[in-house]
Design a protein around this ligand. Structure first.
Ligand code: HEC
Length: 128
């Protein structure tokens, strides 16, 4: 399992190298299809997919109250970062095979960066 994670990390770095600068306002519009299943706002809770509030501080597949995680997400072990989110959204099936997110992700690197920038605005303020 450790070996698999290393490969994933390396994959993330190679994608990361091409990550453009995102724009949260554009990301808000591009988040539309995700919103069918996910709410990023604090306190709104889960939909068909888990809440995305504060996602960049959370461990994958671990949110209380969301009972539909696949084993793929439950067994994965990392905290979401923009880089890992970039790899996940580029090709969800390849990043965590066996996951149950019915989405092909986001093909365009700029669109991914915009959505990631948008999601960053839904986070706890960093404690100094
Ligand atoms: C058809 C519904 C659906 C759509 C559309 C969808 N998701 Fe998901 N998403 C899910 C489900 C269900 C899971 C849990 C998957 C699992 O456990 O295998 C999930 C999981 C996730 C997770 C992991 C959450 C965690 O707690 O670890 C992230 C991040 C995420 N989705 C982001 C997105 C983004 C960004 C989009 C838009 C490109 C998107 N999703 C589109 C249903 C959806």
């Amino acid at each position: 399992m450790k070996g698999v994670f290393l490969v994933l990390l390396m994959l993330s770095f190679s994608v990361n190298a091409e990550m453009p600068v995102g724009d949260a306002e554009r990301g808000r519009l591009k988040f539309g299809p995700c919103r069918t299943c996910h709410y990023p706002e604090q306190g709104v809770g889960h939909n068909n997919g888990p809440s995305l509030w504060n996602i960049f501080n959370l461990r994958v597949g671990s949110q209380p109250g969301f009972d539909y995680y696949s084993d793929a997400l439950k067994q994965a072990d990392f905290v979401w970062t923009p880089e890992l989110m970039n790899v996940w959204l580029a090709d969800p099936k390849r990043f965590l095979p066996g996951n149950m997110m019915m989405s092909l992700g986001i093909e365009d690197a700029q669109d991914r960066a915009d959505v990631i920038e948008y999601l960053k605005t839904f986070s706890e303020p960093e404690t100094p």
